[in-house]
Design a binder for this molecule. Sequence first.
Ligand SMILES: O=c1ccn([C@@H]2O[C@H](COP(=O)(O)O)[C@@H](O)[C@H]2O)c(=O)[nH]1
Length: 236
Amino acid sequence: MRRPAGGAARLIPALDTGDAARAEALAAALAPHCGLLKVGLELFCAAGGAAVAATARHRPVFLDLKLHDIPNTVAGALRSLLPLKPAMVTLHAGGGPAMIAAARAAAEKAGADRPVLLAVTVLTSMDAAALAATGVADNPADQVRRLARMAVAAGADGLVCSPQEAAMLRADLGAAPMLVVPGVRPAGSDAGDQARTATPAETVAAGADWIVVGRPITAAPDPAAAAAAIAASLPG
Ligand SMILES: O=c1ccn([C@@H]2O[C@H](COP(=O)(O)O)[C@@H](O)[C@H]2O)c(=O)[nH]1
């Protein structure tokens, strides 16, 4: 997977709906304004591989299933997903190095066309209090750094972090890991359940390769116009 040159290629709209027909209509409308399209848990649980195939007719698919299980099970899940040819797949960094290494070994069975493996660090919906409730006393940035170092060493190609950690990860890990960043909000839009946010332009300036935007696009009266406006705001 090549890194995006800039502008619209950096944008990944999240097709978060349980309605496969609506997802396909969104995919068709948003494709001219983005680099990839994200199929997440809501759409995959509703429509499975058929939704991935339908979305892939419009743009390469970022399959955001956040796999998190014992290594053998995650490796098996990866093998089951390979026929769908997703461009990117997520797994939780919290599954640990053996799980990530097993996923990498399974993905490599697809050869040169294998999906990019992205390790999700600390969910962008979590603030320090939410993290503390899980037993992690460190602030989100420290926990993101710790998980990111471990995940890259174990074989992840890239990371999912919030806009607020992108610059730190670039400084810490250099240019190599791909950074895919949700929790992105155009100025003035509702954060909803996202806790660690920034604007699209700020997020790219901080070092994100791709930004993920869901509701500010899909809940807009004209999703294609919303995506076009976000793409136009991105630095090259
Ligand atoms: O830490 C994470 C990991 C994944 N996501 C996903 O990104 C989108 C964001 O949607 P918005 O509507 O723009 O909030 C959604 O599909 C999440 O599952 C994330 O938000 N944070």
